[in-house]
Ligand binder design. Structure first.
Ligand code: COA
Length: 290
């Protein structure tokens, strides 16, 4: 049986979409709703979510993997990774090398981007060691699930020389999994209005996918120049208030981190309540200056 490989950016139309919906129907929430959302609900194709498909001679899906590409504008100045998820080989075609070929396609696709490498999350110890370990993925301590494979030639820092001055606040979409996970793969701060703590790399796929099952949650990325560095935050606002994953490698002072997080949290709550017309004339810069 010959396998032809194709890369499709989401959403996918036609017969293939039905087949893919069928494939993810057995997956538990919240991942299922995220994947279905990527396939069906966004109106425009996104270059940031792609499906890598191994098709047989009759164009049926035999192997598939999802790859999320990070937003390089938000993550400039920081390491960024593509994020690999939902790797799946049809049961009757397993242990014939198709899984490995799927990952080779993922590696080739990742080579096209100016990222540090690939991240993934896997809980099954056998799959971690014998499948991903065999393909060169290594653990990301202290997280028990994250694994990474660095690109052979990382371009990071060579081709990414941008001006640092822009302030960005934008809503998070289904296609931002790699951006959220790239933030959480750094040493970062987790902040709420009541407390903050610094943590090591953490898997956040479940939190991210869960966002899209909660109608009352809104989520933003905020990037602010701060002195000679950058503060980058992934904010989630829900009925419980805000929670942020904050990247600010140049700031070591706990009180200052809390002050910045509090300001970012307040702004995103205000923005959530604004009308379209108010948003259109919103000048962010003075609101986010410290
Ligand atoms: C994991 C999965 C993608 C592997 O696909 P596959 O086509 O069977 O893998 P390959 O045939 O390319 O195997 C490559 C190597 O990994 C090993 N391997 C594959 N699946 C394994 C498993 N479940 N446990 C232990 N080792 C495994 C193979 O023995 C082979 O090693 P070898 O070259 O030393 O013989 C497939 O089993 C699958 O779809 N599983 C269900 C979904 C899943 O668990 N996805 C991963 C989520 S993170």
């Amino acid at each position: 049986m010959g396998i032809a490989w194709t890369v499709i950016t989401c959403p996918v139309y036609g017969k293939l979409q039905n087949e893919l919906v069928h494939l993810i129907e057995n997956k538990p929430e919240p991942w299922r709703s995220h994947a279905l959302g990527c396939l069906q609900t966004e109106k425009f194709t996104s270059l940031r979510t792609m499906l890598i498909l191994g098709l047989d001679d009759e164009a049926h899906v035999r192997a598939s993997a999802w790859l999320s590409v990070p937003d390089m504008i938000l993550l400039r100045d920081f390491k960024a990774w593509t994020y690999l998820y939902h790797v799946y080989v049809q049961p009757e075609f397993r242990l014939q090398g198709l899984g490995e070929k799927t990952i080779q396609q993922v590696i080739a696709e990742t080579e096209k981007y100016d990222v540090t490498g690939i991240l993934l999350s896997a809980g099954d110890e056998k799959v971690r060691q014998s499948f991903y370990g065999h393909l060169g993925f290594v653990d990301v301590p202290p997280d028990p699930w994250l694994m990474t494979k660095h690109k052979e030639r990382s371009l990071h820092g060579k081709s990414r020389k941008y001006a640092q001055s822009s302030t960005i606040l934008r809503q998070v979409s289904l296609h931002d999994l790699a951006t959220a996970q790239s933030i959480c793969a750094h040493r970062h701060w987790i902040c709420t209005p009541k407390e903050s703590s610094e943590v090591g790399p953490q898997e956040c796929e479940e939190d991210f996918c869960g966002l899209f099952t909660d109608d009352k949650a809104s989520s933003f990325f905020v990037r602010i120049p701060y002195q000679n560095g950058i503060v980058l935050s992934w904010v989630v606002n829900s009925v419980h208030g805000w929670i942020q994953r904050l990247l600010c490698p140049d700031i070591k002072n706990n009180d200052l981190v809390e002050k910045i997080a509090s300001k970012i949290g307040d702004i995103t709550e205000k923005v959530t309540a604004m009308t379209h017309d108010q948003l259109r004339v919103l000048n962010l810069k003075p609101l986010l200056e410290f």
